[in-house]
Write a protein that binds this ligand. Structure first.
Ligand code: 2PG
Length: 342
């Protein structure tokens, strides 16, 4: 009861905090200390709020006890954040979206936002089955619906039945409104970060054109160069190199730190944004990347260990024993699965 009252009050504080530094709300006084990440709650006739740190939400508090929850730093699985940081191992799953309506029609898609076909939906579900036993702590998708559909559909198959929740970071208000104030609910969810940097490369004037017709018109070699070379952009579009400048930079700045802290991450993205990331992970040359092709809806597993990415290919089935041997945590998880099954 006290908690419910507190959550409501803190929610009000967050909504009001855009408008100044002092407020009075009801009979509860709440004071935020932005640097110390501490929330003080007291009961008095009139209250005063000061400061407006809104990067975290409160999940548990009483008049004498306080705690603060940061969804990005939290661990959703067994083991503390610190112990996992020390272990320095994590799994990385990359999955290209399932077949889209424009894949089916053989059109250059780029950053046009088209959904999955029925086959694409099935591929995403199949991808989910293949990785259903690998614990996932965070999901990154592009801002495009075909990648987001793939991530969501795949997670419907996941053994843990956690709920993927899109973290809306586009404005402070959206962030504040989508806060979750229950620790229990937070534990059962997986944060999903949608980032435009992971979008498909912009195909410029080719977007919407039929690939076969374009090859007939400009020549097979030219179109192959536009589609697969590293540094030759399609007319008014992005080359793979340009796509890498945003996608790989995003990966290094945002995703690698999560892996470093021991979180297992899934990325649902696109043929070319993933090609650029794989080029980085596998240290491919600009010649080698030409022949790198990715199938739709096929998850690929990497293990991040001691700062290195080890490619483990595509898990063929959810129970594939080999997948779990690569990190201590996955091995423990596998053992637990076995115990539960016997
Ligand atoms: O059309 C696109 O956006 C991409 C991916 O489907 O095509 P390509 O394989 O030619 O890079």
């Amino acid at each position: 009861m006290a908690n419910a009252m507190l959550h409501q009050t803190v929610g009000t504080l967050q909504l009001l905090s855009n408008s100044g530094t002092h407020w009075e709300v009801g009979n509860n006084s709440v004071r935020l200390f932005p640097k110390s990440f501490k929330l003080e709650v007291g009961i008095s006739k009139r209250g005063t709020y000061s400061s407006g740190e809104r990067k975290f939400s409160v999940i548990q508090a009483s008049a004498s006890q306080t705690s603060v929850y940061n969804p990005v730093l939290s661990t959703s699985d067994n083991g503390t954040h610190e112990s996992r940081k020390k272990s320095n191992e994590a799994a990385l799953i990359l999955v290209r979206h399932g077949e889209s309506l424009w894949n089916e029609k053989n059109l250059f898609t780029g950053c046009v936002d088209v959904p999955l076909t029925k086959k694409g939906v099935e591929e995403a579900i199949e991808a989910g089955k293949r990785i259903s036993n690998i614990p996932v702590d965070m999901i990154y998708t592009s801002a495009l619906i075909r990648a987001q559909m793939t991530a969501m559909l795949a997670m419907t198959q996941h053994r843990r039945k956690k709920v993927p929740i899109i973290m809306h970071n586009e404005s402070e208000q959206a962030k504040a409104w989508s806060q979750i104030y229950s620790e229990e609910t937070m534990k059962q969810s997986i944060p999903v970060i949608a980032a435009w940097q992971l979008n498909e490369r912009m195909y410029g004037e080719l977007q919407g054109l039929n690939k076969q017709e374009t090859a007939d018109r400009f020549g097979k070699e030219k179109v192959h160069e536009w589609r697969r070379s590293y540094d030759i952009p399609p007319p008014n579009g992005e080359s793979l190199e340009m796509c890498a400048q945003r996608a790989v930079a995003y990966f290094k700045d945002n995703i690698e730190p999560q892996l470093l802290s021991g979180k297992n991450v899934m990325i649902a993205a696109h043929g070319n944004s993933l090609r650029s990331i794989i080029m980085y992970l596998d240290k491919l040359t600009s010649q080698e990347v030409i022949s790198l092709e990715l199938s739709t809806g096929m998850p690929m597993l990497y293990i991040f260990k001691e700062g290195k990415f080890i490619r483990r290919g595509s898990p063929v089935a959810p129970t594939e024993a080999g997948v779990y041997a690569y990190t201590r945590r996955l091995a423990q998880y596998r053992q637990k699965l076995d115990e539960m099954l016997h």
